[in-house]
Design a protein around this ligand. Structure first.
Ligand SMILES: NC(=O)c1ccc[n+]([C@@H]2O[C@H](COP(=O)([O-])OP(=O)(O)OC[C@H]3O[C@@H](n4cnc5c(N)ncnc54)[C@H](OP(=O)(O)O)[C@@H]3O)[C@@H](O)[C@H]2O)c1
Length: 185
């Protein structure tokens, strides 16, 4: 299969200062701009997320299918919050199933949507990271993993925007493959 036909695995995350992504199973800030960015980026694509993130979603994920990761073999989501909801039992299983769905649907990205362990476990399979940094000191209990800067390079110039009192910076990183690590740094 040529590179153009490959389904990419991409992570999408919003972090506050110190890589905080969550507190008490919510996101401890509110940014309409970032929510819209998430919606636009993920619309039409399959999403992979941990059971807690799925249950914490306040709204629906219309137009998307979700692959929930849980260790509970009997897990059934109480609420159906997306066009399709599938239960899987490992990150690898979720990514493979989401990729198969993407191929049938003719789309080229599987989005990894957290939380902490899912982002970490998916890193070896991840091609791209789309990150919003919210310049905010906030108390958290869930963190995005620290990236090895040698593994990732900026794919596009960072873009900073204001959303009320919040300052958001949008960045996109590609994975440095072994063979081009030294050319991108
Ligand atoms: N800022 C952001 O962009 C962002 C994005 C996503 C989430 N969040 C925040 O992050 C928090 C939730 O994240 P979290 O890290 O606590 O939970 P999570 O990753 O969403 O879910 C954790 C659950 O996923 C399952 N799981 C994790 N690793 C697994 C594995 N290797 N194999 C099988 N199942 C596995 C387990 O489910 P079972 O317990 O059912 O076995 C585990 O309890 C919330 O505060 C949420 O708001 C923020």
């Amino acid at each position: 299969m040529g590179i153009d036909n490959k389904v990419q695995v991409a992570q999408i995350v919003a972090v506050a200062n110190d890589n905080v992504i969550g507190y008490k199973n919510t996101i401890p800030w509110r940014s309409k701009v970032d929510l819209n960015f998430f919606k636009q980026a993920t619309m039409g694509f399959p999403l992979v997320m941990g059971r807690k993130t799925y249950e914490s979603l306040p709204g629906s994920l219309k137009g998307r299918v979700v692959y929930i990761v849980t260790r509970d073999k009997h897990y059934q989501p109480e609420k159906i919050k997306a066009d399709g909801v599938h239960v899987t039992h490992s990150v690898r299983e979720a990514i493979d199933a989401a990729k198969s769905w993407a191929i049938v649907a003719g789309v080229k990205v599987v989005w990894i949507c957290g939380g902490a362990d899912i982002y970490k476990a998916a890193l070896p399979f991840t091609d791209m990271i789309v990150k919003t940094t919210v310049d905010l000191d906030v108390f958290g209990d869930t963190y995005y993993p620290t990236l090895d800067e040698w593994d990732w390079y900026p794919q596009a110039p960072a873009e900073t925007v204001k959303d009320g009192d919040l300052t958001l910076t949008f960045e996109r990183f590609g994975k440095n493959r072994r063979e081009n690590k030294f050319f991108n740094k």
